[in-house]
Design a binder for this molecule. Sequence first.
Ligand SMILES: Cc1cc2nc3c(=O)[nH]c(=O)nc-3n(C[C@H](O)[C@H](O)[C@H](O)COP(=O)(O)OP(=O)(O)OC[C@H]3O[C@@H](n4cnc5c(N)ncnc54)[C@H](O)[C@@H]3O)c2cc1C
Length: 445
Amino acid sequence: MKTATIVGAGLVGSLWAVYLSKAGYKVKIFERRPDIRKAEISAGKSINLALSTRGWKALDAVGVGDEIRKIAIPMTGRIMHDMEGNLTYQPYGKEGQAIYSVSRGGVNAKMMDIAEEYGNAKIFYNEKCIDTDLENGIVYLENTETGKKSEVQSDLVFAADGAFSAVRYNAMQKLDRFDYSQKYIEDGYREILLPANEDGSYKLDKNALHIWPRGRFMLIALANEDGSFTCTLFMPFKGEKSFETLTSKEAVDNFFKTTFPDFYNMMPNIADAWEDHPLSSLAIVRCYPWTHGKTALMGDAAHATVPFYGQGMNCGFEDCTVMWELMQKHGDDWNKIFEDYQLLRKPDGDGVQDLSLHNYHVMRDYVADPMFLLQKKIEAHFSEKHPDKWMPLYSQVTFSHIRYSEAWNTGQKQDAIMKKVMKQFNDIENVWDSEDVEKAILNEL
Ligand SMILES: Cc1cc2nc3c(=O)[nH]c(=O)nc-3n(C[C@H](O)[C@H](O)[C@H](O)COP(=O)(O)OP(=O)(O)OC[C@H]3O[C@@H](n4cnc5c(N)ncnc54)[C@H](O)[C@@H]3O)c2cc1C
């Protein structure tokens, strides 16, 4: 039986273990943390995430989707909260389309169970990868409790050890001609738990992603299964309105009272809850190649991105889909699989990063801008009439399997067309759904 080592039992590592087990590999996973199913520990990152079409495809292909559906909350659109507490609803896609709020720990634990149940996967905890022999498939480990060092050799090694991958840092980055860049954005984030009402009910509509856009910063909220919401404040680290100004309870209290009044009414003890979660930074990591010898990078280890399109995990899951399809194509020829995998996937890793950065600006600066909202309305209207000619960018990314790189290119072209057409009409607000506007768009295609 062929053997495989996976470094990291996070979202991608635990799903990939299910795939490899299904293909008959004997899989060992080494995870730095203790077993999240036994220990009450935070995953260190966001508590819940948005799962969409690409993610579901990867889960369904190995029969894991239905288990995750049991713990997923559909969100059919975003609800914007303005300063006066007025709400504006924007559907994400067509009738019946939704993204899903899932618990990071819940998905991770469920997949660990399934990976182990297949019988071929074994997860070792508190085992930190400290180095890798990429060509010979040897992973060097250190036990975080005992300090004991060990090594494991296998036919293949998959590094799913996240944005700050040890395999990448300690081994890949030492290779000649290995490209690498790491870019922190100006903003960080802090999570806040908005508890359920006393009777366990939700304080907000659970079937929407809530956004409080405030120009240079924003608060978002996604529902959890227990009636609570995980809210995340994205904001610059430095500057006039920034995390560095929110250092006292009084400042936090005052900030929320004046900036997010309807939220503050639901959570007047915000200043006490402020320190419950750490202030964290956000970075984009680009690198290439993604494979060397017997080793491949997957998920965030290959293409960590900022979370503004809700696609990091979905993209990592899609890595599994692509690698799996290549296994069907090339059988046991892992040289070919690895070569095709990185050639195919690198443009899409870059694509998801470009898209995420773009949406960072959209969510921050444009979701409350009337012209932007009008543009989206025209696009949705046109796309409904000509579904074969136009799919809105958000739908391409979230509700399709179109390659990220292709979606990014098409999205930029669409944006240029819309800007041009909207300029042609002085009263675009009144004629946005007219035949003239429709014709003008058709002319540009
Ligand atoms: C605030 C925020 C919100 C997000 N929201 C979304 C969203 O809505 N939708 C979405 O699709 N994505 C979202 N993401 C992105 C998503 O979290 C990541 O893309 C996803 O977690 C990547 O999975 P992974 O398995 O590659 O890495 P990780 O989930 O980071 O898992 C890596 C695993 O490797 C382990 N590990 C690390 N180093 C070592 C080592 N040396 N040895 C052994 N084990 C190690 C870690 O402990 C961890 O278990 C968000 C990210 C952030 C920060």
